[in-house]
Write a protein that binds this ligand. Structure first.
Ligand code: 16G
Ligand code: ZN
Length: 544
């Protein structure tokens, strides 16, 4: 039939690379850009099918996040704006590796049958495309368009160069029936920021003086560029963007960006001893991660890192406070989601606040899913990816509560606290972790509290930790359970790790196969840096 011949013809223009197995990974495909066009083309087909099946807009983002500039990759946004449903990942894997057009079409037809996708009817499909600033993005975008248009009735809408969270937000908004331009994205976040600023207690306006300028490392990527736009609309903040990706500023992710800062614990390029003590933040290459830091004076650009766990703690504390002021009797389920990478001191801190803390494996799809089980679910990975989810049920309760308070006690602390919660729900990007939206919320809370970054960092003291990676022949030989805290295979390995960390006070260590690189990752924490280093090293030796 017609559909079949279109597919066979277009697929023959995108032959897969020889002798490479491509796999979906933690959050999509990622590889050297030179081998990706067939994968992107095929994912284009997948998104068209997903759009037909869900009768919603789907997002396809071309980015390799914090990876080096020669890599590229694909992330897919489902109708809600979250990550592609895990049920479809095996299909993504299998079509990416189909050896020839005939095999590809066979796999597609099987899947269409299995999922009852009403193809070939009057159904239409729409896919929003976005890409980061990588030079390979343009030609890969073309491959995606070819994949999409090879499914009859599917159209691709190119949204241009965007951060990953911008694209996820657009997909979510479009499917909710609201405006989706880039300017509506900037408007929503700058307006909600202003709204939250207006709710800072009057007598405390002097506190805003405590908070000095913010310097942001844009990783020489798309986030820096977009922050330059956003900051024009946010009058209350003075933000200096460095590594914004302009000509001559440096290379994407090369000794810059949130991943570098978090893993190496040194200041990114473009920062110097002169910046010591100043509040700084760092975005990753597609601006879905955010960490803060400040340079320690006279330390050779060493930093004190204020990571995702601390952002989470700042958010959780503020929300908990606002909840307890706005409401005394209605039970609200507030939950916090972390991974095994969360610093043990952060978990203790959150539990001491009386919060429910749960753990999932690494990867936003797992944390997000868990957080959605609460009225308010806050999730963060230590690496700076996270957001806050508000259930619809909670938001409608909150709106009723606000109306009630407006008539009985307009302008009371209770009323304002409820309004602050509503403002947060609009200020945070609920589709996915978003460095720009997260940054505005951090800044608003610091202003509200009148806190410096040093004061914020003192919420608790991180246990010293160390991360290592071990190159192995087959990372899939290691499997884990209990949110990656226990090794299941190879047998005996967990027992060996247990023996190692029992030797150290406050020792904790786990290993897991990376979902983005061909390595086994080792994490260790203990009461001193030397102990954490030694523990990581001896665990790594067992992996080898
Ligand atoms: C991806 C994930 C991130 C995770 C990281 C782990 C998303 C959107 N991103 O970047 O959440 O922390 O992978 O990488 O899910 P690893 O498996 O190589 O350690
Ligand atoms: Zn990223």
């Amino acid at each position: 039939d017609k559909q079949r011949s279109i597919l066979i013809e277009s697929a023959s223009r995108f032959p897969p690379p020889q002798g490479v197995k491509i796999s979906y990974g933690t959050s999509g495909f990622r590889a050297d850009a030179s081998i990706l066009s067939s994968t992107v083309y095929r994912v284009g087909i997948l998104t068209a099918l997903r759009s037909i099946q869900t009768q919603s807009v789907i997002g396809l983002m071309i980015t390799a996040s914090h990876n080096q500039v020669s890599d590229n990759g694909i992330k897919i946004a489902d109708p809600s704006g979250g990550m592609l449903t895990q049920d479809w990942e095996p299909f993504a894997d299998s079509i990416a590796n189909a050896a020839n057009p005939e095999d590809l079409v066979l796999l597609i037809n099987e899947f269409i049958k299995k999922e009852h996708i009403p193809i070939g009817g009057v159904q239409s499909a729409e896919i929003f495309l976005g890409r980061d600033t990588r030079p390979s993005g343009e030609s890969l975008l073309e491959a995606a368009k070819q994949g999409i248009s090879s499914i009859v009735g599917a159209i691709a809408t190119d949204m241009g160069i965007l951060t990953t969270p911008q694209l996820h937000w657009m997909v979510r908004s479009k499917n909710k029936g609201t405006k989706v331009s880039e300017s509506s994205y900037f408007e929503q976040f700058s307006n909600s920021f202003r709204c939250l600023m207006d709710l800072i207690p009057r007598e405390d306006t002097s506190s805003s003086k405590i908070v000095e300028n913010l310097i942001v490392d844009g990783a020489n990527g798309v986030g820096g560029e977009k922050l330059e736009e956003l900051k024009k609309l946010v009058k209350d903040l003075v933000i200096e963007v460095r590594n914004s990706g302009k000509e001559g500023e440096g290379t994407l992710n090369e000794r810059v960006g949130a991943d570098f800062v978090q893993k190496e614990k040194v200041a990114p390029l473009g920062f110097s001893e002169d910046d010591a003590g100043i509040r700084c933040a760092s975005l990753d290459g597609d601006a879905d991660r955010l960490v803060y830091f400040y340079i320690v004076p006279n330390s050779n650009k060493k930093i004190d890192l204020v990571d995702g766990d601390k952002i989470l703690s700042l958010f959780a504390l503020f929300i908990k406070q606002q909840l307890s002021v706005s409401n005394k009797d209605h039970p609200i389920k507030l939950g916090v989601v972390q991974t095994a990478y969360a610093n043990g001191a952060s978990t203790d801190y959150l539990k001491n606040l009386g919060l429910e803390v749960v753990f999932t494996p690494t990867g936003v799809k797992y944390l997000h899913e868990k957080a959605a089980e609460y009225d308010i679910g806050i999730y963060f990975e230590a690496n700076g990816h996270g957001t806050i989810l508000f259930s619809e049920h909670f938001i409608s309760w909150l709106e009723r509560r606000i109306n009630e308070l407006a008539s009985t006690s307009e302008g009371s602390e209770q009323h304002k606290a409820a309004l602050r919660l509503l403002a947060i729900s609009n200020l945070i990007n609920q589709a996915v972790g978003d460095a720009l939206s997260g940054l505005l919320l951090v800044e608003a809370i610091l202003l509200y509290n009148g806190w410096s970054i040093q004061r914020w960092n003192e919420l608790y003291q991180d246990l010293p930790s160390r991360q290592l990676k071990v190159k192995v022949a087959d990372r899939n030989a290691v499997t884990t359970a209990n949110a990656e805290t226990v090794v299941v295979k190879p047998s005996g390995l967990q027992e060996a790790i247990n023996i190692e960390f029992a030797k150290f006070p406050q020792g904790r260590s786990f290993i897991r196969p990376s979902g983005t690189e061909d390595v086994i990752r080792v994490y260790a924490e203990a009461s001193s840096q030397e102990a954490a280093d030694n523990l990581a090293k001896s665990v790594a030796e067992h992996v080898d």
